[in-house]
Design a protein around this ligand. Structure first.
Ligand code: AVJ
Length: 324
């Protein structure tokens, strides 16, 4: 059976206006530690490079999460229950959702939420074509702010917020808490959260995962500058920067930087910014959690853990939580 949906109705954009984006970018570059948001990694080339990262031998995250999903999907489906609405934060071109869709019966709706509208529409169409019995209702929104949920034809028994990939790690603990509060709000009464987190582990394993031998992560990091050149008319010279990724043990996070290999200036909009020889530009934090540390953070947002699954080496965890 195929579902008639009013899909297009929810594709209102709630993102920042272009001049606001430029303002935020410049604010980051005016700080003492120059900072570029990791959201700028994902232009078309960056998304392709990230796909390549997920296949690297050193980058254990994606394959470990997928293995956990495949292994425990029956139990996850059982806990999700019938006639749920599955709301995926930052859906991108996610393939992980298909594992769930293959096993949950009688889903009320699948609601992918992503800021990039074109990408969102293409992947929502692909899911709708492959799962004709599921109503697919994409929402184009910045999911760090509360957004309006669509109204599926079948009234959901409960909402399940799905946030795979350990993308929560890109947020500082304060920002992660704010995001968990948005998830708590969107989950609504009786709602639940299914979320992937990367666990703390030996620093050598972590540093290898972000400094792969074939240099894909370096290309991914440097591509952020090309993206800014293309989007904001900046004139970064990517060849004059070098990729660095290190584990900060006390903060429990990987830090990625671009290090300037000479004194140089960069022009963006009407602004010229000086970059010193050896100066670092921060491009990403990737926080690693202990299960207890994550549960404590989630508790502050009103979530209580029901169950979590991990791999034999406890590299990665998928947590299932309910609202208090
Ligand atoms: C997509 C945020 C989960 O932090 O591991 C991969 C991004 N950065 N290699 C991560 C990333 C460098 C990735 N996340």
């Amino acid at each position: 059976m195929s579902v008639t949906s009013n899909r297009a109705a929810y594709l209102t954009e709630q993102g920042d206006a272009a001049d606001e984006e430029l303002g935020n970018l410049l604010d980051g570059l005016r700080q003492r530690l120059k900072t570029i948001s990791p959201k700028y990694f994902y232009d078309e080339r960056g998304s392709q490079l990230f796909e390549q990262i997920t296949e690297l031998p050193e980058y254990y995250l994606t394959r470990t999460e997928l293995a956990i999903m495949h292994r425990h999907v029956e139990e996850m489906a059982q806990l999700i229950g019938p006639e749920a609405s599955l709301i995926e934060f930052g859906s991108g071109s996610s393939q992980k959702i298909r594992i769930l869709l293959d096993h949950i019966d009688a889903l009320a709706a699948y609601v992918p939420v992503d800021i990039s509208k074109d990408h969102l529409v293409a992947s929502a169409d692909a899911i709708a074509a492959d799962y004709p019995a599921i109503e697919v209702l994409p929402v184009a929104a910045d999911f760090t702010q509360p957004f309006a949920l669509p109204d599926p034809v079948v009234t959901p028994i409960r909402n399940i917020v799905y946030f795979p990939g350990s993308t929560i790690g890109n947020f500082s603990p304060e920002a992660a808490l704010d995001l968990l509060k948005v998830m708590h709000h969107e989950a609504g009464a009786g709602g639940r959260l299914l979320i992937g987190i990367d666990l703390r582990k030996d620093r050598n394993i972590l540093e290898r995962a972000y400094n792969d031998a074939s240099g894909v992560t370096a290309a991914f990091n440097l591509n952020i500058l090309s993206h800014l050149n293309n989007t904001f008319g900046a004139d970064f010279d990517p060849a004059a920067y070098r990729h660095v990724a290190e584990y900060n043990d006390s903060a429990g996070r990987i830090e990625m930087y671009l290090v300037s290999e000479k004194g140089q200036t960069v022009t963006i909009g009407r602004e010229t910014i000086a970059v010193a020889d050896g100066e670092r530009i921060l491009t990403e934090h990737s926080h690693k959690y202990t299960f207890e540390g994550f549960a404590e953070l989630a508790a502050q947002a009103g979530f209580r853990p029901i169950k979590h699954w991990t791999d034999a080496d406890e590299m990665f965890a998928i947590c299932f939580l309910e609202r208090d």
